[in-house]
Design a protein around this ligand. Structure first.
Ligand SMILES: [Cu+2]
Length: 137
């Protein structure tokens, strides 16, 4: 009778210990997934891309700008010659029309995937070649 009691107690300890180990090891992958997700979120919200673009008669010195979806983008537009601005209609982004030697900046979130044209809205500058492509991937 005493031997039986000891056996039952041992069995309970072994089973209990096994259960404890299993329940302890189970949540680990979930925590790892959560940490990974958090890092990813922080990365995308912290991404900031700045471009220095120059305007001249009648072109931008950068013909193509590539960013990732939801990037926060900043364009520092410097005019080296004439009167120009920098616009992207689809993203509601534009600078003021500025004179030679001036700089104006614009910021936007690349909220849509696609290829958008940026251009100068002054006179016939756009048709004269003052445009480029913003590619959001
Ligand atoms: Cu222009």
């Amino acid at each position: 009778m005493k031997n039986n009691t000891v056996f039952v107690l041992l069995l309970l300890i072994v089973l209990g210990g096994g259960y404890f180990l299993m329940s302890k090891s189970k949540p680990a992958p979930e925590i790892a997934a959560k940490v990974e997700k958090k890092v990813e979120t922080e990365k995308s919200s912290a991404t900031d891309k700045t471009f220095e673009v120059k305007g001249l008669n009648f072109a931008f010195d950068i013909k193509e700008i590539k960013v990732k979806l939801n990037d926060k983008v900043k364009i520092n537009f410097t005019n080296t010659e004439g009167m120009h601005d920098f616009r992207i209609d689809e993203l509601g982004a534009k600078t003021n029309i500025i004179k030679t030697g001036e700089t104006d900046s614009l910021e936007f979130v690349a909220s849509k995937v696609g290829t958008f044209e940026y251009y100068c809205s002054v006179g016939q500058h756009r048709t004269n070649g003052m445009w480029g492509k913003l590619i959001v991937e």
